[in-house]
Design a protein around this ligand. Sequence first.
Ligand code: NAD
Length: 283
Amino acid sequence: MEAPDISLRDKVVIVTGGGAGIGRAIALACASVGARIVIAEKIPERCAAVAGEIEAMERKALSVPCDVTDTAQVRTMVELAKSHFGRIDILVNNVGGVARKPFKDQSENAWRRIIDLNLISMLATTSAVIPHLIDGRRGGAIINVSSIEGSRAAPNYAVYGACKAGMLNFTRSLALELADHGIRVNAIAPDYTVTPGLRGNVKGPVDPSTWLQPSAEHEALTARRIPLGRTGVDTECGNVAVFLASSMSEYVTGTVIPVDGGSWASGGWLRNSAGEWSLTGEL
Ligand SMILES: NC(=O)c1ccc[n+]([C@@H]2O[C@H](COP(=O)([O-])OP(=O)(O)OC[C@H]3O[C@@H](n4cnc5c(N)ncnc54)[C@H](O)[C@@H]3O)[C@@H](O)[C@H]2O)c1
């Protein structure tokens, strides 16, 4: 029997928001199995830093500072990627995020920005990349970074949740539209994963010394809520993205893989203070 092949040798992978957090982890994980990486990231120093990390692994990287909510910048980024590496094989739509606020208190500008960041960015990059995947005639993979909030109610994150749910159904629909071209479309859905964005480091270089630290009580409650008993690590999303990008998953399309320590499966069940599962979190 042939061993499963996780290699992405010669593949060209575009990662949006690849300069930090989950995007950076996916970029490094793909590079570690041979891929060449295009980092499409709005903060130039983050772009350069991750490109440097990839080159230090003796892999190739192209850093393209850009705002992926802007369709013109996206088209330019994709053309640069194609002319630099000569091909595009995999697209990771990772850019997204939100700040907590009730919908009734949000201005139209505010909720439009959330939609631009979480949904329009995915549509813009996907639309620009598909012709290159089809022309390449080698198939390909699109991986959308959704969220557990795309599958459950998300009070104070309602527009974000709507976008993340939209990403999931776009994933399913596009998987069918592109199946004849051998292009697979899948999503991952993280829960609480420690990243610069989660810790409030949303500007300038990634600098853990500036990160807001949760209280010990908050961390303990999180550990009780998540079945595997801890917060997520960005490399865990990287690992699943490599699986979805590689031929290991060649018969997997139109689906979502939660990378959430079992949160989605728990469906509201909580550990009580004695560590037993209950629906109230109490004995
Ligand atoms: N961290 C979590 O707990 C968590 C949970 C569920 C889902 N997610 C999703 O994972 C994805 C990544 O989240 P993260 O926590 O790693 O975020 P992060 O803020 O740590 O990193 C995101 C990166 O994207 C870049 N970026 C932001 N807007 C951009 C734009 N318009 N154009 C180009 N680059 C841009 C940022 O500069 C940053 O470097 C998001 O889609 C988020 O919704 C995260």
